[in-house]
Design a protein around this ligand. Structure first.
Ligand code: HEM
Length: 152
């Protein structure tokens, strides 16, 4: 179960990143060229948020199964000194939750904007902030805090 969840959570990160980057690209292009906010743009906005929500669910289940997280909460005083367990026990979840809340707010605000230009601009700003936080909170193989492989 744990290996299965880690595998999907790791692979799913690429879908989260690709959908977010593509949404930001569409929003930027639409805003700069003053295009109309098409049904496709709206579907991309919706699916980007949904993909992030699925990753959130996988992450939450993984959180209950992870031996690193268990070690963190059972040996709190000693575990906060260890960067890897501090990262997965606290930092990763706090930053990712923040990023997904920002993405969700951005998505629903964009939907409610009165003009197409404002829809693109709202999506561009909120989704970019969310992407930045996600990029910081991913345990990249080159990260000095906690590193995991690109693919499991
Ligand atoms: C956009 C959101 C997220 C992304 C892109 C993401 C990405 C990742 C990646 C790439 C890993 C390393 C996987 C590996 O070991 O190969 C990881 C680990 C982990 N993630 Fe996330 N994550 C996200 C959200 C969350 C959330 C919201 C939670 C908890 C509620 C969570 C809990 C965990 C846990 C517990 C691990 C470590 C598992 C372990 O090694 O025991 N993640 N995440």
């Amino acid at each position: 179960m744990y290996e299965f969840l880690t595998f999907y959570h790791s692979i799913f990160r690429w879908l989260v990143l690709l959908s977010l980057i593509y949404s930001i690209y569409r929003a930027c292009k639409g805003y700069l060229s003053q295009s109309s906010f098409s049904r496709t743009d709206n579907a991309i906005r919706h699916w980007t948020a949904t993909i992030a929500h699925l990753q959130l669910v996988i992450g939450m289940v993984l959180y209950t199964q992870s031996p690193i997280v268990k070690y963190f909460w059972h040996n709190f005083n000693e575990a906060v000194e260890n960067l890897d367990s501090l990262f997965f026990g606290l930092l990763h979840i706090v930053l990712m939750l923040l990023a997904i809340v920002i993405l969700t707010i951005g998505s629903s605000l964009a939907k409610r904007q009165p003009t197409d230009q404002e829809k693109f601009k709202t999506m561009l700003v909120w989704f970019s902030i969310s992407l930045l936080i996600i990029l910081i909170a991913i345990p990249w193989p080159f990260s000095p805090i906690a590193n995991r492989p690109y693919f499991r």
